[in-house]
Ligand binder design. Structure first.
Ligand code: NTF
Length: 815
């Protein structure tokens, strides 16, 4: 890779703009400039990409394939430019040409091919894998419509289709010649061929899977990996036989049924919706992805699959790709003629599995009849895997029949996908220490008893290239000036610990405060422009951004704001540090309760922001359409990071890490990775509150706690609860379902139980904030200890513990 030369880049850019616009450069629009810049970047990357692919064909290194139903990659133009080391020259040239680099970047439609944590984690992992210079690729679905765009109209969430491909997408390459056929439905016939039973899948409905590859560029190195996204198309443009018989409508229907598979991303986060189309999607990218991997492996290994599991890791991201287990078995047995035992050994050795949630409503269970009808041969294999597993268990543990049944794949008329994933892989891991403990001791405890050696823990991480270096340039500069640039190298983020001595250095802290203030002002400007709300950048920016979900408890935050509002109204002279509460996040369109929480927050914002008695001290904003780009603007501006889930429910959280890296102080429960953040920074540099996971579990074991006790004993809380239903927000605006959940349905997420403790810690944090020196010291300590939350570290852990590949050695290839 060559470094970019300014004059030749300027010339090439002008020429490219004229090519894409067909007009003189002076007539070009931002859209043309964006297209031209994207094309130049792609030309550079694709040259290296080809070289990389041919290196990988030699199959000397073990390769990782991440199978995931979501890849929430975010905008790529700036990330590519930074990774190529072109950032300095590109900014300078665009500035000299009088162009606005930020506006050019904003032309890129942020691809929303994921809901939240699980999909974004995959994007961070791809980034880290490439940054660390080894082969790891993504395999998923090219949804025509990504996650809906969220608008807030009359305080409510309104969903708008996300037609992200309408202007084309410059960073993908279609590879129709690499298309494969995926087969659904039909029946399985058996035949004896040379004394061997052969399974023939016939009368199936074929769908064409067409791959689109997106390059994943390493950081300042020559690695370019691939994210392969599959698009579903009818096998022939028209189903000619049907068409010729005059059944035009039927032919068209087949076509749209095929296309439907990759039409839309299911908008649920942490929730399972057992629709047949979703099951089709799951098999679609599993079947297509494995087919290409196997073909390629055989092509470069003399047609043999023997060494497959030594060279290929199939990493399945939650259970959506769990059909990899029976599908790989099907390939090995039906197509490659392996015996069952050998095929099973190869399958289990190749596959590893990460679990991302313990919420029971998110665990996938498919009706047996549905799987049987849609995937007849795959189902037969699942049945056989289950039969052998149950036999083995009954043999080894003859006195444990109930336990043996409880861990089988097929039970109660359903296929239990997590069981399939655990039984069919050599490794299962949780995504934070606490989560992994809950998997071992609760969710999968019966499996842990049988396969203790399979259980691992790898704490999540986030890419500092996007979430610190890319999105917080002023902080990056300050860090470089203070401790040098070592921390910017892949897998070196722990070098930020060199910042620790500066945490008590007044001059450094002042600069840190100035960077934060500038980022707050930048966010305030965006909010002013987009929502017309004026914020005070001197107030505390207290931020909760994530999916809206009962267990994440945005409601606790909202009720507390009502409580503060009441207190300010009751005592206008109250001693109060001005606060700005910022929320963002989407609710699943069918999740009524979560949408009510969004409405509540917006109604509170209206009330508070329009009350001149308080609005100079208290402000509330709900930023619409939370996505990766909005996130990148929000994290750098945060001072308090709200991570307030009911303990035991949030597997890890990754927003908590992004906030921390940008110097926000966590205010949270001891849940998910918050526990490890607390360990890293020490209890003096985090605000924790609330029940522990064990306390929550104990209450639940005894039917919960009595929420009315809190209502009865606390007048302040009672006032807030009554305001939900007494017309406080205007006669038409009541929140009966929220009130009922808290008081009639006994508050299953312990919102009221944790309320007092939350209010206390909120007030403590405000007192600490008054001492800016102390606050900035906390902020610096958080940044300094954020190194272990880099996804480079997570990937290094996976390499060592799970994929068993040689440790990473960083070699800088440009700079
Ligand atoms: C999410 N799970 C968890 O809710 C987060 O705590 C975690 O940080 C991320 O995964 C990444 O591991 C999901 O998105 C899902 F889909 F599994 F529910």
């Amino acid at each position: 890779m060559k470094t970019l030369e300014k004059t030749s880049f300027k010339k090439a850019f002008i020429k490219k703009v004229e090519e894409v616009s067909g007009e003189d450069f002076s007539e070009s629009t931002t859209q043309h400039q964006y297209q031209a810049l994207s094309e130049l970047v792609m030309e550079e990357i694709t040259a290296e990409w080809a070289a990389n692919n041919s290196r990988l064909h030699k199959m000397e290194e073990k390769q990782i394939y991440f199978f995931s139903i979501e890849f929430l990659i975010g905008r790529l133009l700036k990330a590519y430019i930074n990774n190529l080391g072109w950032d300095g020259v590109v900014s300078e040239v665009l500035c000299e040409l009088g162009l606005d680099y930020e506006a050019i970047q904003a032309r890129e439609h942020d691809p929303a091919l994921g809901n939240g944590g699980l999909g974004r984690l995959m994007a961070c992992f791809l980034d880290s894998t490439a940054a660390m210079g080894f082969p790891g690729h993504g395999n998923g679905i090219r949804y025509k419509f990504g996650l809906f765009e969220q608008k807030i109209i009359n305080n409510e969430q309104v969903e708008v289709a996300d037609n992200w491909l309408k202007n084309g997408y410059p960073f993908e390459i279609a590879k129709p010649d690499k298309s494969v056929v995926v087969k659904y439905k039909g029946n399985v016939r058996t035949e004896m061929v040379n004394g061997k039973l052969v399974f023939i899948h016939e009368n199936y409905e074929p769908v064409l899977a067409v791959p689109y590859d997106v390059p994943v560029q390493g950081y300042h190195n020559k690695t370019v990996n691939s994210l392969r996204l599959w698009s579903a198309q009818p096998v022939e443009d028209f189903d000619l036989s049907t068409f010729n018989q005059g059944h035009f409508l039927k032919a068209m229907q087949r076509r749209s049924e095929a296309e439907a598979i990759s039409q839309i991303l299911y908008p649920n986060d942490n929730g399972f919706e057992g629709k047949q189309l979703r099951l089709k999607q799951e098999y679609f990218f599993v079947c297509a992805g494995l087919k290409r991997i196997v073909r390629r492996y055989k092509k470069f290994n003399h047609g043999s699959m023997d060494g497959f599991s030594d060279k290929i890791c199939i990493h399945i991201n939650d259970t959506h790709p769990a059909l990899c287990v029976p599908e790989l078995m099907r390939i090995l047995i039906d197509e490659e003629n392996y015996e069952w035992d050998k095929a099973w050994d190869m399958t289990v050795k190749s596959i590893s599995f990460t679990n991302h949630t313990v919420l029971p409503e998110a665990l996938e269970k498919w009706p047996i009849d549905m799987v049987k009808e849609l995937l007849p041969r795959v189902y037969q294999i699942i049945e056989e895997i289950n039969r052998r597993f149950v036999n083995d268990m009954n043999w080894y543990y003859p006195d444990q029949e109930a336990r043996n049944y409880s861990i089988s794949i097929l039970k109660d008329g359903q296929v239990h996908m997590a069981h399939l994933a655990i039984i069919g892989s050599h490794s299962v891991n949780g995504v934070a220490e606490l989560h992994s403990k809950i998997l071992r001791e609760e969710t999968f405890k019966d499996f842990y008893a049988v396969f203790p050696e399979r259980f691992h823990s790898v704490t999540n991480g986030v890419t500092p290239r996007r979430f610190l270096m890319g999105s917080n340039p002023h902080l990056k500069t300050l860090l470089n000036e203070t401790i040098g640039a070592d921390w910017t190298r892949p897998n070196q983020l722990t070098s930020l610990e060199a910042l620790l001595p500066y945490a008590s250095d007044t001059a450094f802290c002042e600069k840190l405060g100035a960077v934060k203030h500038r980022n707050k002002a930048h966010l305030a400007e965006y909010i002013k422009k987009s929502q017309g709300i004026e914020l005070n950048p001197d107030s505390i920016f207290d931020i909760q951004v994530k999916r809206i979900h009962e267990y994440k408890r945005q409601l606790l935050n909202a009720l507390h704001i009502m409580y503060l509002y009441n207190a300010l109204k009751a005592d206008p002279n109250m001693d109060f540090v001005p606060k700005t509460y910022i929320f963002a996040g989407k609710a699943a369109p069918s999740y009524y309760y979560a949408k009510e929480v969004i409405r509540l927050i917006n109604v509170i914002a209206d009330k508070v922001n329009n009350d001149s008695a308080v609005s100079d001290r208290l402000k509330v904003v709900f930023v619409p359409n939370f996505n990766v780009s909005v996130a990148e603007m929000i994290y750098p501006a945060a001072e308090i990071s709200e991570q307030i889930s009911t303990a035991g429910k949030e597997a890890s959280g990754t927003g908590n890490m992004k906030f921390m890296m940008n110097g926000a102080v966590t205010l949270g429960t001891m849940d998910g990775a918050n526990v490890e953040i607390a360990e890293a920074v020490g209890m003096d540099n985090i605000f924790t509150f609330g029940l522990s996971d064990v306390e929550v579990a104990n209450y639940n074991a005894h039917g919960g706690y009595r929420s009315l006790d809190i209502y009865e004993s606390g007048p302040r809380v009672r006032e807030v609860l009554e305001q939900l239903i007494n017309g406080f927000f205007g006669n038409t605006s009541t929140f009966q379902s929220i009130y009922d959940s808290l008081l009639i349905h006994n508050d299953p997420y312990f919102v009221l139980k944790d309320f007092a403790s939350y209010a206390d810690i909120q007030s403590t944090s405000s007192s600490v904030y008054r001492d800016q020196k102390r606050w900035l010291q906390m902020s610096a300590v958080n940044i300094a200890h954020s190194g272990m939350f880099s996804s480079d570290r997570s990937i290094a852990d996976y390499q060592r513990e799970i994929w068993k590949i040689k440790p990473f050695i960083y070699e800088e290839e440009i700079l």
